[in-house]
Design a protein around this ligand. Sequence first.
Ligand code: SF4
Ligand code: SF4
Length: 365
Amino acid sequence: MLNNRQETMRQAAAFFTGEIDRLITKPVRLMEVCGTHTVAIFRAGIRQLLPPQVELVSGPGCPVCVTPNDYLDTAVAYSRLPDVIITTFGDMLRVPGSASSLAAEKAAGSDIRIVYSPLESLDIAAAHPEKKIIFLAVGFETTAPLAAATVLEAERRGLANFYVLSAHKLVPPALSALLADREVRVDGFLLPGNVSAMIGEQPYCFLAEKYHLPGVIAGFDPLDILQSVYMLARQIHASTAIVENQYRRIVRHEGNPAARQVLTQVYETVDAAWRGMGVIPASGLGVNDRYRRFNALAALPLQVEKASEQAACRCGEVLRGIIKPADCLLFGKACVPEHPVGSCMVSVEGTCAAWYKYGAGKWQV
Ligand code: SF4
Ligand code: SF4
């Protein structure tokens, strides 16, 4: 027996799915660009609720997944230096690099510590003045402002042994690169609510203006996602293309100017390499010259061998939405969450891991 709230939600879901079915008369591919959306879609069984003409594909929505091997190899090389402590979010530990992973280095004795906020690195730096503390700064626009604020705090505290190895990435240039890729076919985007809370609506306008593609900034509840697909369906049906904001309760039109101000104070836009997508112009953030002494690469230069990819791993194509995880020959066999071969299988929000965990065997059809 459903209570009143559950019954209202059931009716809303039925309305959205019915309308999506009515409005979409030809097959369409809608891409979600956020690992958290990917998991929410699976967990709530949204793929099964949608009519068969609507296909949801996952894009390059997980910053850990899109971080290429050369970054991991550099982090591994730093971790082998006797006077270095690496601090990192836990997701990075198990991502395989060319020949090793941070987890393997930690097991072999390197001092690698998991932090839940970059600010924790500063306490470690203060407690170990004889060591160099390198924070692995990986994340999209959502997490980059906190890393930038950490640099400012390190300066304020006069810490001379804290460094950032930045692999921060920006979502809009990646969407632009995807759309310039002839192999990629997308009819609309579910845009990441968390990233949008920082950057606002305007940075996505090129989707509509240049590519005539609709985009909807979407929240993370199942009904948020269904409503966002419905909003995309309305646009597709009407042949319009604008950026709509379903997640207004969190995302303001102008985003979060204070967070962006911190970001631009410490970082500058740089060209950045993405796994499977190559170097995308102006798609990354590097520590700027004013804060150069906090930039690990500039302050602690080191030689790293040229990176190599795992044979047969198809993460790059998964991240571009060209193939489904099950199209990779390693999926569910050599590559499973317990021993991931590629980055997309590492965290549950990676596309392959989400398919594996929540696909409930549906990936086999
Ligand atoms: S695994 Fe999830 S939390 Fe970690 S970076 Fe990817 S999307 Fe973010
Ligand atoms: S199954 Fe594993 S190796 Fe294949 S694409 Fe996914 S993560 Fe990469």
